[in-house]
Design a protein around this ligand. Structure first.
Ligand code: CA
Length: 233
């Protein structure tokens, strides 16, 4: 079965170019240029991936992501036009999995799409398959349960996206050890990941927003200046 991709882009020529190239690459493609329609299609079609422009009529990409994320973990590749939009994507903890800044090459877009689909396929195929015998990792009021893929803070389950969970688990299993962004990318995303190290920073920020008392002054997931990140528990 070919994978289905929902392309949400209000600029007609770009929408058609995206659809053409994705179809040529073997994907089933649905398109829309309207935010409200995008939300409806995202729910009805259950695509394998959504390419989502930010500035859209009726409902913008950030809002669409926020709503879809309430009950879906579909990979979302956000298309941004301006730097201030990137800041919004990064600053808001809203659940896009990756982003591309316009203008981008079709080659880059296809590489990202392919990598995202592969990661999400892998996540579905092997939940917890790596070592089912792992027991709880306990850091005071923060508890990671690798068997159930669950993280609890003060007894409450925290919603983490798959990559946030993978990253947190990796660092927690190596608590006290410093990892560079490149090491983290290689170990959590895999060597073939084509995105940049900024992806790591973004995910760290998202995780902090969920597990830190004050995410501006993190004490669990700390930045080691000039070196990378360390989980202190
Ligand atoms: Ca737009």
């Amino acid at each position: 079965m070919p994978e289905t991709i929902l392309v949400v882009e209000d600029e007609l020529s770009l929408r058609e170019t995206l659809a053409y190239n994705l179809q040529k690459a073997g994907y089933l493609v649905n398109t829309t240029g309207n935010g409200r329609e995008a939300l409806r299609l995202g729910r009805e079609l259950q695509p394998d991936l959504i390419l989502l422009d930010i500035m859209l009529p009726e409902l913008d990409g950030l809002e669409i992501t926020r709503i879809l994320r309430q009950d879906s973990s579909v990979p979302i590749l956000m298309l941004t036009a301006r730097d201030d939009e990137i800041d919004r994507v990064l600053g808001l903890e809203l659940g896009a999995d990756d982003y591309l800044t316009k203008p981008f090459s079709m080659r880059e877009l296809l590489a990202r799409v392919k990598a995202m689909l592969r990661r999400s396929q892998y996540a579905q195929d092997s939940p917890g398959a790596e070592s089912p015998e792992k027991s709880f990792l306990v850091f005071e009021d923060l508890v990671l349960d690798p068997i159930r893929h669950e993280v609890r803070l003060r007894g409450e389950a925290i919603r983490l996206k798959p990559k946030e969970y993978d990253l947190l688990l990796y660092l927690a299993e190596h608590a006290g050890q410093v990892f560079s962004r490149e090491q983290i990318l290689a170990r959590v995303w895999g060597w073939d990941y084509v995105g940049g190290t900024r992806t790591v920073d973004v995910h760290i920020r998202w995780i902090r927003a969920k597990i830190e008392e004050d995410s501006a002054n993190p004490v669990r997931l700390v930045t080691v200046r000039g070196a990378g990140y360390r989980f202190d528990g």
